[in-house]
Design a protein around this ligand. Sequence first.
Ligand SMILES: Cc1cc2nc3c(=O)[nH]c(=O)nc-3n(C[C@H](O)[C@H](O)[C@H](O)COP(=O)(O)OP(=O)(O)OC[C@H]3O[C@@H](n4cnc5c(N)ncnc54)[C@H](O)[C@@H]3O)c2cc1C
Length: 435
Amino acid sequence: MSARALPASLYADTARPAVPTPELRGETRVGTVLIGGGFTALSAALHLAEAGHAVAVLEAAEPGWGASGRNGGQVNPGLKALPSEVARHFGPERGARLAAAAWNAPDLVFDLIARHGIDCAAARGGTLRAATAASQLPALRRLAEECAARGGDVAWLDAAQIAARTGTSRYRAALLDRRGGQVNPLALARGLARAAIAHGAAIHGGSRALSVRRAGAGWRVGTQRGAVLADRVVFATNGYADRLWDRLRRTVVPVSSAIIATAPLPAEARARILAGREVLYELGAITTYYRIDDAGRLLIGGRSSLGDRAGPHAFPGLRRQALALWPFLRGVAWTHGWNGHVAVTPDHYPHWHEPMPGIIACLGYNGRGVAMATLLGREVARRALGAGTEDILLPPGPIRPIPCHAAWPLGVTAGILHGRLADALARRWPPGPGA
Ligand SMILES: Cc1cc2nc3c(=O)[nH]c(=O)nc-3n(C[C@H](O)[C@H](O)[C@H](O)COP(=O)(O)OP(=O)(O)OC[C@H]3O[C@@H](n4cnc5c(N)ncnc54)[C@H](O)[C@@H]3O)c2cc1C
């Protein structure tokens, strides 16, 4: 597999083909140039192009090549922190605004899909946050109360109800948030690119940004065979950032997550696992997530070891986990496996930066980027169109590289081991009913 080829994911085999995004050749001038071709850049480009602003996207590989085209496809509402914590962190007015936008961010995704006719196997069966241990229940209850108090369409499912929906008795309880849903993320990325181009954006694949330099009052972003002159440069490279802006790269830890997928399941199995096309993620230190797609395939994901791997046999731990959840899946065919980088920030909030006029960066969605990168991409577009920083959902923050960033592979491996142990202990203590 060449460095630029898409990972051998289920999505690469099933998404509608991409529109051409030719390499940049020669010099061009725009108002805003975006570096990266994931949801952050594509949402920003689409919103800018719709507003009639001249915009170009430079993507090293092809739109959706990074995390955006290889993720779990869960369009999840919310942030890691509770809405009340967000309000405490960012202040009552701004925090409430951010929390409302984050918990309703799936609306933006599904509106864009509908408005631009994007064919991406979208379904809105809701998001299930499932508790694997009694110790997780108080926080989940609080989230349920806070969402309900803010008008969220949520429902509490007890152990029997979540077992009936998932076909496994692993969970103590779950919160169903009907705002969530699912997509084929590569198809969504390609659809956003197609829509942005239709509205006048220039999207260049195979065009790695190699340099960013001042040029008069603006900037010049150089690629191997061309350059873009722009008033504004947006870095949307997130967990796949190279060393173009090394300090920025070191503000997030790219944690590896893997997904494996089955062939379409037999009807009896489909009737037992998330028959309403809900998506589920488990609470706990090590997140397992899964969903059933439009063809009835199971996609299950979780933390993986570092380094790119692919193939249905590349992640035996995930397959064991699936068979532990659903022993009746023994014998189903596993067809795909792949992994990618989730960009994690120390405070678990996304970050945006504007260290000098005309330079913007937005990144760090902590595994919630399908909705949040689309939302913050729109905010980047609003900023580029002249919105004041106080009007943007998140306040801009300083660029703070994570100390000892180079040691992250060790830290992450230790974190996974520690997390597995913590999760295992939490499931055993306090003993649950029947233990
Ligand atoms: C396995 C996995 C599962 C996940 N599951 C979910 C999920 O179910 N739900 C959810 O909400 N989120 C999930 N996420 C997270 C989500 O995918 C990301 O938060 C989101 O896609 C980030 O989008 P982005 O545009 O910021 O970055 P990316 O999509 O990673 O795009 C960055 C792009 O920048 C390009 N690039 C880098 N350097 C340069 C350069 N110098 N010049 C040009 N281009 C450059 C890269 O090629 C890349 O395509 C998951 C992530 C992974 C990896």
